[in-house]
Write a protein that binds this ligand. Structure first.
Ligand code: SF4
Length: 202
């Protein structure tokens, strides 16, 4: 049985793909198969739209304060499906919808993708993870190489034009105080909030 939806605190989380162009040294997928005691999030197959709709229909959206595309992979790998699911949820409810992302959507799809989020996505949370391209490459290990760090920042900045809430996150256990301060400055320059998050909490 695939785990397409799972809960974290009062959020309903969606697991629509296991694909990711990165190989973060700290990725929770290296250490297990679940998050916050969820059922295993490794998928036998990527769920179809119908399977995702059915999984959402099993939940009462009124029980949650937001829906979050997250899971065991990079949700924007399936951006078209993600946007169709967001439209489906909006038809059922006015619950806010967030994407947790590595911010590499533009490189994955070889085009500007932030405009596609307009009117469908309420919040984007981008993993910043490092404060320069060299450290980012060592920690996140994206398959796109050295251009990834700047592309991730550019995507984040672009999101501000189309998404009401944009923030970046760093993981507390893999960043020093100096890196956290430098991250704050990067976020200030981009005009977005910084969240220093616990290892497992997206
Ligand atoms: S971007 Fe997320 S899913 Fe991908 S390797 Fe890094 S932590 Fe794991």
């Amino acid at each position: 049985m695939e785990t397409i939806t799972y809960t974290v605190k009062d959020g309903l989380y969606l697991n629509i793909t296991n694909r990711c162009p990165c190989s973060c040294t700290f990725c929770i997928r290296n250490n297990g198969s679940s998050v916050y005691g969820s059922d295993p999030l490794w998928l036998d197959h990527e769920p179809s739209l119908e399977e995702i709709y059915a999984a959402i229909d099993e939940r009462n959206l009124e029980d949650f304060h937001e829906v979050v595309f997250c899971g065991y992979g990079e949700p924007t790998e399936r951006l078209d499906i993600l946007l169709e699911v967001a439209a489906y949820i909006h038809k059922k409810s006015n619950i806010p919808i967030r994407i947790n992302t590595n911010g590499l959507s533009d490189l994955i799809h070889e085009e500007r993708t932030a405009p596609k989020l307009n009117g469908l996505i309420d919040a984007v949370s981008v993993s910043l993870n490092a404060t320069n391209a060299e450290d980012y490459q060592k920690l996140v290990r994206p398959k796109f190489g050295a251009k990834s760090f700047d592309a991730m920042l550019a995507f984040t900045k672009d999101c501000r034009n189309y998404v009401p809430k944009v923030r970046m996150t760093i993981v507390d256990t893999v960043t020093s105080k100096e890196e956290q301060e430098a991250s704050r400055k990067i976020c200030e320059n981009l005009g977005v909030e910084l969240k220093i998050r616990a290892y497992e909490c997206a």
